[in-house]
Structure formats: C-alpha cells, structure tokens
Design a protein around this ligand. Structure first.
Ligand code: HEM
Length: 601
C-alpha cells in the first residue's frame, strides 16, 4: 500500500485525497484506494520514469501530469481511510501536527481519529471538486471569530519532490486572509511552498530556491517589458483580435448559442502561441483544442499524450527557430518568450517547466477573466451599453487606423470592468502558496499576534479578501466597476502605469510584488484588444440555462452543487449541463453559454 501511495502522491499536482460525500454529509468515506489495474500501473510507472529522464538526461517526456490525469480519469489521488490513518500516525509522531494548535480551524472540531480522517478526505474533496476556497470561507466564518478577516489553519496532505523522489505526508497550512498580514507575508516571504513542483518542476512559479527563482525572473522579464517587447508584438495580437470577431460571427450566426468560455479560452491560447511564443498559425490551430482539453481535464475531448506532444513541438520551436528575437537582439521582436527559453542557460527541466506553466497560466487565467467579465456585463445591460459606447468612441477616435499600444490607455470603463472582474472572480482565487523563511507573526482570533515558526506553509488567499464586506463595503458581492478603487488597484494599459502590478492589502489578483505575475502586462494588452473588438461588434446575452443566473446573488460561500467558480488551479465558470460522477463526487468542467448578436446600428 505504501508503494501505491507513493505512486499516487507522485501524480498529484497538489494533494487530492477526497472521498467524502460531496454534500458534506456523513456518508462513510471510501475504505480502499483505487483498484490498480496492471495497465494503470504501467502507465504510471512509465510516467515516473519519463520524469526522471527529463531531470537526469534532459529528454522531454511523452506525457505531462495533465495527460496522466486524463489517463487515470482523475480517480487517482484518493487517499483511502487506511492511508490517511497511516499518514496521521506518522505526522503525530514527528510533531508535524502541533502547529494546528496555533490558529483556529476545522481540526478543532475533529475530536476523534475518524473525524480527522474524514476531514483530510474532505480537504481533498474540496480540491477535486474545485470548491476548496468556498469551504475555507465557510470555516473562516465558523471557526475564526473575525469573519472573512480570520486567519485559520487546516490539515493538508503535502506532496514533495518529483519522479522517484516523490513522497507525501500530512502537514498543516495557514489560510491567510487578514489584509495587512496577507500583504506583508507575501511581500517578505517569497519562498514558495513546493506544491507546484510535481507538475512544473523547478520552473519560475514552482521553485523553492529563491536564488533560482530570481535568476529565472531576471531572464524571462525582458519578454514582458511593456514598451520594448509587448508594444512590438502588439500587431500580431491585434490581427488575431480582429480575426476572432469573424470566428465569433460564424459561430453565433442565426442566433446559435456560443460557449463563450470555450471561445475565449481558445482565443487566449491563440494569442499566447502566436504573439508571445512566435508559433506559426498552423501549429497553433493544430494544438489549441488538445492543449486546452488536457489542462481543463475534459474527459470527453481530451486525448492522452496530446499535451505532451504539443509541448515537444513548442520546445522544438524554441530550440531551433532562428527568427525569434527579444528586444535586446536588435532584430524585430518575435516570439519573445520562446526566444527567452532559447537563450536560457538553465536545465531542461527548468525550461520545460516554464513552457508548460506559460501554456497553462498564460491562457487559462486570461480566458477565464474575459469570460467572467462577459458574464457580469451580460447580467448588467446598462454597463454593457456603456462599454460599447466606449469601444465605439475608441475606434472613432482612431479614424480608421489600427490601434497602437499607447492608445489602450484610453479605455477607462473597460479598465474598471477588468479590475472589478479580477476582484469578484479572481482567476487565481487561491492566490499564492508560501513557506515562511523565518519566524513571523500573524493576527490571531482575538486580534493578538500569533507567532508562526520558520517553515510554516501559508496560503495567501485572494477569494476571501476580495469578497470581504469589511474591506469593500456591503455591495461586495455586486459587480460595480464604478466602486471606489484606490489608484494602485486600477488596471491600466498603454501608459506609464502599465508596468505596475495592481495591488493593495485587500486586492492582489496577480499576487503581490516581488513574486507577482510576470505575464500580467501581456494579459492586460490582449484582454483590451479582444474585448474592444467584441463589444464594438456584438451584444451579449446569457443563453439557457445560464440566463437563470441573471439576477442570482453569487456570494463567497456557495453550496458545492450551486453555480459557482470551479477552482482547480484557476477558477472558471461551472458547466451547468455537463459533469462526470467520480468516486469522490461530481466533477464539473467550465462553460458559459451566450448569444452574441451582431450590432447592426
Ligand atoms: C488575468 C490573467 C492573469 C492572472 C489573474 C494571473 C495571476 C497570477 C498569480 C496570482 C500569480 C502568482 C501565483 C503563485 O504565486 O503561485 C501568477 C504568477 C505568474 N504568472 Fe500570471 N496571471 C495572469 C496571466 C498570465 C499570463 C498571460 C502569463 C504569461 C504569458 C502569466 C505568467 C505568470 C508567471 C510566469 C508567473 C510566475 C511568477 C513568479 O513566480 O515570479 N500570467 N499569475
């Protein structure tokens, strides 16, 4: 069983141990782990070996962890009752659970071993169903005494290492939501938790080595410089934004319903590959759908190994294309991020981890943000009309010429809508995961400081802070782009403020500096272009069954079965029509059905 546990832990992108019932009721948890067929075992063993080959010999693997999850139909990563028990025994022995006494949390309510096992499984269930952030908010209210300001602590199954070095055990994670603590800790403790290494190796977002992180950040940053890099690749971005209106016109012709989540994720992946990676249109078209199906974990359309193949093609492009250029190359900037991978003198696993991260985080986040924005403005027709007027005025002022990077500074309402969307529906709702570099204090339940030891795992949450009425006012769950944002919170493009990370103590959609999002300027540019062209040409309405959400109140603590964000690394809108039943509950993917009517006036 331990061998099996190690295998299971090896493939987890983050711990998913859930077997609890998905309504949180007292149905008995699963006694045994998944039945391991010989075929499944072989697939996993081959995957493990390929990870070792990447690390040791620089050979790119045939599968990524996302392919493996498709291959195993998301049924691995389930800790049986027996495994959970064994891990709790070990953690008790090592003293790893002592820290759970430092702050309030659901462990306080788990008085028996059976309840503790169930809680561990419930934590995994939250990740598997993409509902963890809502459960944390509920626990903050239940155990924390300071509502959504509360810092709480939860038990976790923590996986560490990659390939044959993979292991896992029970530990604890502080869920940080006090605004001042969140900003201070994320600015000063830049060391990551290590929970992304299983999927992204020692790449920029995953590495726990601060020096290695700094080196990568320094090297990759040139690709994202607003004026010297992004403004130069904007024509590619612009051409695609124009083209996407034609694609939408065809899909929506005759009043057909369009899944705007799928449409916008496709466009974000296209933008990423064409503009930032310098990929040819043919490669983008051939790989777009397969890449997204694997990342989303779409069991219906996903093809095992397709993401691995696409990664090989993109790594090959980065290694061989002599036309790629960064601003300092003194040639026309082309595919600056692929060029940055080409000129990196880092290991194969670092480069591979970065390419995989960029393919994922570089499109999912932006696609979801645009989809949530569409959803909210479809629910607020008066805002949609104002946005269209702004888009029309934008193009009128251009008087027939193409927009340039600096023109994007002129979209005040769109800036506010993007900012409000990032607040209400943060694509990275979990924020960031850190490990304290030295002993530090955070605010306890009675407002007094609580000391946390060096090495404590901390999750600096976006969801609870962005939905906290004490920080935003009583209309916190309303989409209100006109709200009183602080100047440092408002997203800007095309001007001197474009390079600044939008952040405050209550707001960190891109995480706080210095380890904030590196791709945010590209995201802001492509979102402006796509949305300006779409609102200029189309009027959007929610289609059934999403039209039932027009006046729905969508708060911080929805039930697992209600419409909500599906939060699996990034948060997109729940598919109301399709889901699959797993041993641990209902697994939804993403969708947002809309009508897009051409505005003929
Ligand atoms: C609306 C869109 C986006 C949002 C909301 C967003 C949000 C975030 C957040 C919260 C982090 C910190 C995550 C953590 O610490 O674990 C992050 C990191 C990162 N993001 Fe983004 N992101 C977006 C778009 C992009 C794009 C388009 C790219 C690349 C093309 C990108 C590349 C990165 C990279 C490389 C990091 C790691 C930075 C580091 O560790 O130094 N992101 N992003």
């Amino acid at each position: 069983m331990q061998r099996l546990s190690n295998l299971v832990g090896q493939i987890r992108p983050s711990p998913t141990a859930g077997t609890a019932s998905d309504d949180g009721s007292n149905k008995p948890p699963m006694e045994q782990g998944l039945d391991m067929t010989p075929e499944l075992m072989t697939t996993i063993m081959q995957y493990r070996q390929s990870v070792d080959e990447l690390k040791d010999e620089g050979i790119f693997p045939s599968m990524t962890i996302f392919d493996l999850q498709l291959a195993t139909k998301f049924e691995l990563g389930v800790a049986s009752e027996a495994d959970a028990n064994t891990m709790i025994d070990a953690a008790e022995k090592s003293g790893a659970l002592e820290i759970l006494k430092k702050l309030p949390g659901p462990w306080d309510g788990a008085k028996t071993r059976a309840a503790q096992v169930k809680l561990l499984q419930f934590m995994g269930f939250g990740q598997a169903t993409g509902s963890d952030i809502f459960q944390f908010a509920k626990w903050q209210n239940e155990f924390g005494k300071r509502g959504l300001n509360s810092n709480i602590i939860v038990p976790i199954i923590l996986g560490t290492g990659t390939g044959t070095d993979r292991g896992f055990g029970v530990n604890a994670r502080v869920i940080l939501s006090d605004a001042a603590d969140s900003e201070r800790i994320s600015r000063t403790h830049v060391r990551k938790e290590g929970n992304f290494e299983v999927a992204l190796y020692d790449g920029i977002i995953a590495t726990t080595d601060n020096e290695h992180w700094q080196k990568q950040r320094h090297h990759l940053a040139e690709a994202f410089m607003p004026l010297s890099s992004l403004a130069k690749i904007m024509p590619v971005s612009l051409a695609r934004a124009k083209q996407c209106t034609e694609r939408l016109a065809q899909s929506a012709a005759g009043g057909a319903v369009v899944d705007m989540s799928d449409f916008l994720l496709h466009e974000a992946q296209a933008q990423l590959q064409l503009a930032l990676l310098g990929a040819p249109e043919k490669l983008m078209n051939e790989t777009n759908e397969d890449i997204r199906a694997a990342f989303i974990g779409d069991l219906e359309h996903g093809k095992v190994g397709a993401l691995g193949d696409a990664m090989k093609s993109l790594m090959e492009l980065a290694a061989t294309d002599q036309t790629l250029a960064l601003p300092t190359d003194e040639a026309a900037v082309k595919g600056p991020l692929s060029r940055a991978v080409q000129t990196s003198n880092m290991s194969a696993q670092t480069n591979y981890g970065n390419m995989l991260l960029i393919l994922f985080a570089g499109h999912d986040t932006t696609g979801h943000t645009m989809t949530w924005l569409m959803f909210e403005v479809a629910r607020h027709p008066e805002i949609q009309i104002a946005l269209r007027k702004e888009a029309d005025a934008f193009f009128k002022k251009l008087d027939g010429r193409d927009p340039e990077y600096r023109d994007l500074a002129e979209t005040d309402l769109l800036d506010r809508c993007v900012t409000e969307t990032l607040r209400m529906w943060p694509a990275v709702a979990n924020g960031t995961f850190r490990q304290l570099q030295y002993e530090d204090t955070v605010t306890g339940p009675d407002g007094k400081p609580v000391s946390l030891p060096k090495g404590t795992f901390v999750n600096i949450m976006n969801w609870s802070r962005h939905r906290n009425p004490d920080l935003w006012g009583p209309d916190v769950d309303e989409f209100n782009p006109y709200r009183d944002f602080k100047p440092e919170e408002l997203a800007k493009v095309g001007c001197s403020m474009a390079g600044a990370n939008i952040q405050s103590d209550r707001f960190s959609p891109f995480a706080h500096a210095p380890r904030g999002c590196l791709g945010r300027n590209f995201a802001q540019m492509e979102m402006r272009l796509i949305l300006l062209y779409l609102f200029h040409r189309f009027e959007f309405k929610l289609a059934p069954p999403y039209d039932t959400l027009t006046t729905a109140k969508l708060g911080a603590t929805p039930d697992v079965h209600e419409f909500r964000g599906i939060n699996r690394a990034t948060m997109g809108p729940m598919d109301l029509e399709q889901s699959s039943q797993k041993r641990w509950g209902t697994r939804h993917v993403y969708a947002m059905k809309m009508f897009a009517r051409e505005d003929t006036q």
